[in-house]
Write a protein that binds this ligand. Structure first.
Ligand SMILES: [Zn+2]
Length: 340
């Protein structure tokens, strides 16, 4: 995990409580005339009720500036731009491939194949330094088939660095302790593997890219080892944010709802396909407002946060899956992607 990600774990001070209890603020309020206070109260009453709205769509989103590729490789009539140097466990890298007459292409890294998708200016794929990758150098092979049937290839090397994932004890309430059974977890992961098999060739995210589903502070980070009830061990596949039951949850980007229903561990769960093998999931909801097959936009209300499934208290758990691997969603949010 990067230093930037860890710093997000620092609790944010609740300014509303400070304003109510701080003596300095109290003195200021006493100094205000009664008329001013009345005006303030009236304007507060006239303010729209934000609590029932989904996180707002950013007004007039600006395109993200396209970064310079970190590495450019050419061989066999192919040119690959890598928009990353070394990757940390759980991070995603963007590869841009150009060459004459490419019919299809794929990248090979560790045990996975990554299909390239056609973009406006060549071919693109996202490769994943998976959460369990041993930190060392790996070959990254790029293979392309030409229109005339010929194969071309290009070899790169990728360093995967250790993220230093933390260990955390996690207590599941007694009435839900059966959800710590590793068999329950294997079954749920297998179901999600099936839901995320589809690789849409088009992207469905909008200009400006992905955004957080709610605006509150982070309470638990991606990748942590969790020891459940001092019994079984699991990995944290996403990020947790503070959320009282009933907090509106917005879509992180445009996409298609591919699951909206109940799972054992994730409770009431919504899964969105954003295209290019990118999915976002929203867990432990108290209410679901969307249905499978529905096309949604960034910021659209998906449901209300809750405490369903294997949860030890109300919060929002969200997660990003790329090509079948759970990735660090906060790092992913910061990435430049074509179309953002
Ligand atoms: Zn979580």
């Amino acid at each position: 995990m990067s230093i930037a990600s860890e710093s997000l774990l620092v609790p944010v001070i609740d300014l509303t409580n400070t304003a109510q209890t701080h003596p300095h603020h109290a003195r200021q309020i006493r100094r205000l005339g009664a008329g001013v206070i009345l005006t303030l109260l009236l304007s507060l009453l006239l303010m729209p009720v934000r609590a029932q709205e989904a996180p707002a769509e950013p007004e007039d989103p600006q395109p993200r500036p396209r970064p310079q590729p970190v590495q450019t490789l050419s061989a066999d009539g192919l040119t690959a731009n890598l928009y990353f140097g070394a990757l940390t466990q759980g991070q995603v890298g963007l590869v841009h491939l150009t060459g004459d007459g490419i019919r299809s292409a794929r990248a090979l890294l560790r045990t996975r194949e990554y299909e390239f998708q056609p973009g406006p200016d060549g071919w693109y794929t996202l490769v994943v330094a998976d959460i369990d990758a041993v930190a060392r150098d790996y070959p990254l092979s790029i293979l392309a088939q030409r229109e005339d049937g010929q194969l071309s290839s290009l070899e790169a090397r990728l360093t995967i660095n250790a993220a230093g994932f933390l260990r955390q004890g996690f207590s599941v309430p007694a009435d839900r302790a059966f959800l710590t059974d590793p068999e329950v977890e294997r079954y749920e992961f297998a179901r999600i593997d099936l839901m995320t098999l589809e690789r849409r060739p088009d992207w469905l995210w909008e200009l400006g890219g992905f955004q957080l589903p709610i605006g509150s502070d982070f309470t638990s980070g991606f990748g942590q080892y969790r020891i459940l009830n001092q019994n079984s061990i699991t990995r944290h596949t996403g990020w947790d944010q503070r959320a009282p039951v009933g907090t509106p949850v917005g879509a992180m980007a445009g996409g298609e709802v591919v699951f909206a229903g109940q799972l054992d561990i994730r409770g009431n769960y919504v899964l969105i396909d954003h295209g290019w093998g990118v999915y976002s999931g929203y867990a432990h909801l108290s209410q679901i407002n969307v249905a499978v097959g529905q096309m949604i936009e960034r910021g659209q209300l998906l449901g209300l946060s809750g405490n369903t499934g294997r949860s030890s208290g109300p919060h929002l758990h969200w997660e990003i899956n790329v090509h079948g691997e759970w990735v660090d969603g906060v790092a992913f949010l910061e990435m430049w992607l074509p179309g953002t």
